[in-house]
Design a protein around this ligand. Sequence first.
Ligand SMILES: *[C@@H]1O[C@H](CO)[C@@H](O)[C@H](O)[C@H]1NC(C)=O
Ligand SMILES: *[C@@H]1O[C@H](CO)[C@@H](O)[C@H](O)[C@H]1NC(C)=O
Length: 161
Amino acid sequence: MLSAVFFIGAIMGLRASHIHVQFTDDAITCYTCQGMQNNTLCNKWAPDIPCPDASTVCKTVHVFSGADGVSVSVTKMCALPEHCTEAHVGCNAVNNTEHIECVSCCSKSYCNKPVPYTASTSRELSMELLISSSTSHLFSFARLAVPMIECIFVVLLCLFA
Ligand SMILES: *[C@@H]1O[C@H](CO)[C@@H](O)[C@H](O)[C@H]1NC(C)=O
Ligand SMILES: *[C@@H]1O[C@H](CO)[C@@H](O)[C@H](O)[C@H]1NC(C)=O
């Protein structure tokens, strides 16, 4: 019975190390600029440097005039996933100005070339990330479910030993 527990433990250990490799992404590269006047200038300037490992998302912040749509400021950066979620995506009026700020987030190299102008373009540009974040919820459930099933299996083994 004890050896059965060790055996299951070894399987779970193997599985955990396998998951670790499977879920590690390679570093991505984002267009990166700070407060450039418009998107053309930002993309032209952006240096081609991979993001730090933990920054798996590209974030774009576009501020433009609500009156005529002319860009005021474009900022693009590598971001931690928790700083670039569905809650961050979209557009807001900037305090006491006629400026609007739209944010988009995505997770493939060079995915942040375009800038968002509306709530729907913010979502469109972020779509691939929004979809993959809902599937990663699914994965994290699966990762939880497998050890749970194995635990139940061990308990059953003990009961019938
Ligand atoms: C971006 O800004 C530069 C500098 O002001 C200007 O020459 C260029 O025409 C602008 N590009 C667009 C697409 O607005
Ligand atoms: C908006 O106003 C608040 C309070 O006046 C201020 O703390 C904040 O920095 C402002 N935000 C922007 C984006 O200007």
